[in-house]
Every structure is written in structure tokens, then in C-alpha cells.
Design a protein around this ligand. Structure first.
Ligand SMILES: [Zn+2]
Length: 309
């Protein structure tokens, strides 16, 4: 199968536990993904909510430097890409692709000029918040959450200008609609499911999902049981109602995958990247090959063609 994953936290886990990207005991490693026919992996650098201001930016830089060294060690296998053209070239040469993201724009340390710095470092996706409040906006677990701050609106404009993709996963509802009003570029939710199927603040309402469809964005399906069925355990089959519902809302060209490997516990039958193929087979059984290939790879690949440098 061809696999495009919009979100994992493996970079942060490797950094914190001094592990290698190639071989480790985490949910995702390069070694265990080599059998995919084609593989594009977005590696997110996660910003915990206790990091703000300059400390947040410094932490970002530390994890970033670690990740770059790990990717350099694997450059014969994996190519770090920053544009649609580079992604296509790398895949044609039989390389796997790594893309870089930041989960939490607290990484900016409250400074607008850091966006260009992150962009120049190769970051192409940025989740505006994690769960709590930041200089930019409130996350979905923040009590009486507000929308984008004035700084947050400036961040959205600057990301639009540079061509850095806005990720609305984790953002509170008010912030979501502020992005809808302030962003003139397509935006995505890298790892969020359907609120209609599982009523959790991290999941997307039907209105939000339909807006992402209209804006020609992407929504990555998250494997975390809490967002699948609201409990601590799930099977991969239980993700299908989310997908069926999003398909009914017109999501055929928008649904993608955002595993959340190494950022969450996983379903018992999808404990790590090696089992993604079983999930794909389940999708093919239910939706046929054309739609399954779109969900697992093509939709995200088509979207990343808007990345240029
Ligand atoms: Zn997350």
C-alpha cells in the first residue's frame, strides 16, 4: 500500500528518550515502514502547554536539531522535502518522504518573525494551538475558550503569505471559525475525527468538516481510541463509522490519515505502523480500492502540490 500520514509525535519521543528514528521501540520507526510501496510521513514537533515565550522557541529548536540529525543519518532512505515538486521527485526515485510540522504555534515564542525562520527551516505545517491557551488562540480543552488573538490573526496572515499550511486540530471551535474568516488559503485538520460519531472536543463538527471540504482542505483520521469511541480501547473497525460519515458529508477528496503514533495509545489491533496495512485492507473491504487509496495516500499527496518553494 501507499501511505501518507499527516501526524505523528515520533520526533518528540525520540528527542525526549534519546532514541533513533531508524530503529526504536516506539509506535513508528523508519525501519518498520520500509515495506510500504510509497510512504510520506509528516513529523510534528510538539509544544507542551507549559512552554511559552522564548523557552518555547528554544525547545522547538532543540527538538528540530535532533530530528534533522536523525533524518540526515537516514538520507539514503528518506528525503526531507519542502515542496510538492520535491515530494513527487523523491517518490519517483523510490525514496520515502519526510515533511516537517510544528504542533502548537507557541513555538513562535510570541514573535511573528519566527514564522519565516520556521519556514526557512523547512516547517510546512503548523497546528495553531495544542490543548491550552497560547499567544495565538485557545485550544479545545481550555475553559471558556476564545478565538484567535490579534497576534493569532497576524500569524494566520503570515502563514498564508509564506505558504505554511494552517492545521486546526486541537483548536477550540471559536478559533476554528476565526480561521475560516481570516485565512484565504486552504487549511487542514491533521488528526481529528467526527464529533457526530464520538462527541469529544478534539473532533470536528459536521459544519466544520463541511467547511474544510468547501475550502478543499484535508482531515486526517486519528487512531487514538478516545477520539474513536470515547474509551481507552478501540478496534480499527470502529474508525469506519467516522469515515463513512465524512464520506456522506462529501469528504471523498478530503479524508486522509493522521495516525497520532507516539502521541497517543493505539487500538489493540493497530498498535504500531506495521499494522497500518491491516487497516488499509479493512478499508478496501468496505469502500473499495479507489476510495481507500485516496484516504491512505492520494488526497494528501494532491493537497501537498500547493506547497511550493
Ligand atoms: Zn495532537
Amino acid at each position: 500500500m501507499k501511505y501518507f500520514d499527516l501526524h505523528c509525535d515520533t520526533a518528540t519521543e525520540c528527542f525526549e528518550r534519546h532514541l533513533e528514528l531508524y530503529r526504536n521501540n516506539l509506535q513508528l520507526s523508519i525501519e518498520r515502514g520500509l515495506d510500504f510501496e510509497e510512504w510520506v510521513q509528516v513529523y510534528a514537533i510538539w509544544m507542551n502547554d507549559n512552554l511559552r515565550g522564548e523557552a518555547a522557541y528554544k525547545h522547538f529548536c532543540k527538538v528540530y536539531n535532533y530530528l534533522i540529525l536523525e533524518l540526515q543519518k537516514n538520507e539514503s532512505l528518506v528525503r526531507l522535502c519542502t515542496s510538492g515538486r520535491e515530494i513527487n521527485e523523491a517518490l519517483e526515485k523510490g525514496k520515502r518522504v519526510a515533511l516537517l510540522a510544528v504542533e502548537g504555534s507557541a513555538a513562535l515564542g510570541g514573535k511573528l518573525e519566527h514564522i519565516e525562520d520556521l519556514y526557512n527551516k523547512g516547517i510546512r505545517f503548523m497546528t495553531l494551538t495544542w490543548n491550552g491557551r497560547s499567544e495565538v488562540a485557545d485550544g479545545c480543552m481550555q475553559e471558556s475558550a476564545g478565538g484567535l488573538t490579534d497576534f493569532g490573526k497576524a500569524v494566520v496572515s503570515e502563514m498564508n503569505r509564506l505558504g505554511m499550511i494552517i492545521d486546526v486540530s486541537h483548536l477550540a471551535e471559536k478559533g476554528f471559525w476565526d480561521v475560516v474568516s481570516h485565512s484565504d488559503k486552504p487549511f487542514i485538520a491533521t488528526h481529528s475525527n467526527s464529533k457526530k460519531i464520538c462527541d469529544h472536543p478534539r473532533n470536528l463538527s459536521d459544519e466544520a468538516f463541511k467547511t474544510i471540504v468547501e475550502r478543499k482542505g484535508l482531515v486526517g483520521m486519528n487512531f487514538y481510541p478516545t477520539f474513536i469511541n470515547g474509551t481507552t480501547e478501540a478496534s480499527i473497525k470502529e474508525l469506519l463509522p467516522h469515515i463513512s460519515h465524512f464520506l456522506e458529508l462529501g469528504g471523498e477528496n478530503v479524508i486522509a490519515l493522521g495516525s497520532d503514533f507516539d502521541g497517543a495509545t493505539m487500538p489493540m489491533d493497530l498498535p504500531n505502523i506495521e499494522k497500518v496495512e491491516c487497516f488499509y485492507n479493512e478499508l478496501v473491504k468496505n469502500y473499495g480500492k479507489i476510495i481507500s487509496d485516496k484516504i491512505c495516500f492520494k488526497n494528501a499527496l494532491n493537497f501537498t502540490n500547493i506547497l511550493n518553494n
